[in-house]
Design a binder for this molecule. Structure first.
Ligand code: ZN
Ligand code: ZN
Length: 260
C-alpha cells in the first residue's frame, strides 16, 4: 500500500492510495493531476472518497467518475457533484482489500466525514479532509465550536501511530500560531524545525503522526494548562470561562482566525 500526496491548487493535497495497479483517490478537487498519475503508472481508479462538499475537494469528482467509472463515496448529509454512495458514522466497507470506517466529524462543514483504515499495513491511516491539519484544525464554517471540539476529540482517540492525511499543506503557518500559543513547548520547537526542512526540500510535511499532533497541535491540546492559560490571557476569559472546555476552544479558534 502506497500513499501519494498529489499537490493541487495552491496548497491542496489529493491523496492517492495505491495497491498494486489499483488506486483510490480522496477529495479530488481537480481531475487533471489524478488522471495524469493514473496514466503515468497504469493504474485503475476504483473509488473516490469525499470528506465534504467544498469545491477544492469535489471539483474533479464528476470528471473522474465519468472518465473511470470509479464508485464515489461521500457524506450522507452533503451534496457531491456525481452519483454517490452516501456514508455516515459507523458505516464500514472494503476497498483494495482494506477495511474502511466512516466517522462523522462536523464543524468545518455540517456533514463532514473522515475515513479511517484501521488495519492498514504499516499503521492506521486517517483521511480527515479539512477537520484536522498538522498543527491546526479547519475553520468552523457550518458547525459550532462544540461540534468541532467533539470531532477533534474523536480523531484524537485513534491510535497514536495513525498517519494523518490532511487535505492542505498549512503546516508551517499553523506552527507559527502554535508557537505563539505555546512558546515553551520543546516538541513543538523540534517539529517546527523538521517541517521547515521538509518544505525547504520541496517535500510535503504530511502525513502527520497523530502522536506528534497530540504533543504539538494547540487544537488537540485545548485542555492543557499551558494552552488554557495562554488563551485566557489573550482573550481575557473570565475565571468561569476558563473552566469551560468549549469556551476555551472557541476562543483559541478565534485567536487563530485573527492571527497574522
Ligand atoms: Zn473545506
Ligand atoms: Zn479544503
Amino acid at each position: 500500500m502506497k500513499l501519494i500526496a498529489l499537490p493541487a491548487f495552491s496548497d491542496n493535497y489529493l491523496w492517492l492510495w495505491q495497491q498494486d495497479q489499483q488506486a483510490v483517490v480522496v477529495d479530488p478537487g481537480d481531475a487533471a493531476p489524478v488522471l495524469q498519475t493514473l496514466a503515468q503508472h497504469g493504474l485503475t481508479l476504483v473509488a473516490i472518497l469525499v470528506t465534504h462538499h467544498h469545491a477544492d475537494h469535489t471539483g474533479g469528482v464528476r470528471a473522474l467518475h465519468d472518465a473511470t467509472g470509479a464508485q464515489v463515496f461521500g457524506p450522507a448529509r452533503e451534496e457531491v457533484p456525481a452519483p454517490f454512495t452516501p456514508v455516515m458514522h459507523g458505516d464500514s466497507f472494503t476497498l483494495l482489500g482494506q477495511a474502511i470506517q466512516v466517522l462523522d466529524v462536523p464543524g468545518h462543514t455540517a456533514g463532514h466525514v473522515a475515513y479511517v483504515l484501521p488495519q492498514a499495513p504499516q499503521s492506521p491511516v486517517l483521511f480527515c479532509g479539512d477537520t484536522l491539519f498538522s498543527g491546526g484544525c479547519g475553520r468552523i464554517f457550518e458547525g459550532s465550536p462544540k461540534q468541532m471540539l467533539a470531532s477533534l476529540d474523536l480523531l484524537a482517540s485513534l491510535p497514536s501511530d495513525t498517519q494523518v492525511c490532511c487535505a492542505h499543506e498549512y503546516t508551517l503557518s499553523n506552527l507559527r500560531f502554535a508557537l505563539a500559543v505555546e512558546p515553551s513547548n520543546i516538541d513543538l520547537q523540534t517539529y517546527t524545525v523538521q517541517c521547515q526542512q521538509r518544505r525547504a526540500e520541496g517535500l510535503p510535511t504530511l502525513p502527520a503522526q497523530l502522536g506528534t499532533e497530540l504533543q504539538i497541535n494547540p487544537f488537540l491540546r485545548a485542555r492543557h494548562p499551558d494552552v488554557r492559560h495562554a488563551v485566557a490571557q489573550h482573550a481575557g476569559l473570565s475565571a468561569l470561562e476558563q473552566t469551560d472546555d468549549v469556551a476555551v476552544f472557541a476562543a483559541l479558534r478565534e485567536w487563530k482566525n485573527d492571527f497574522k
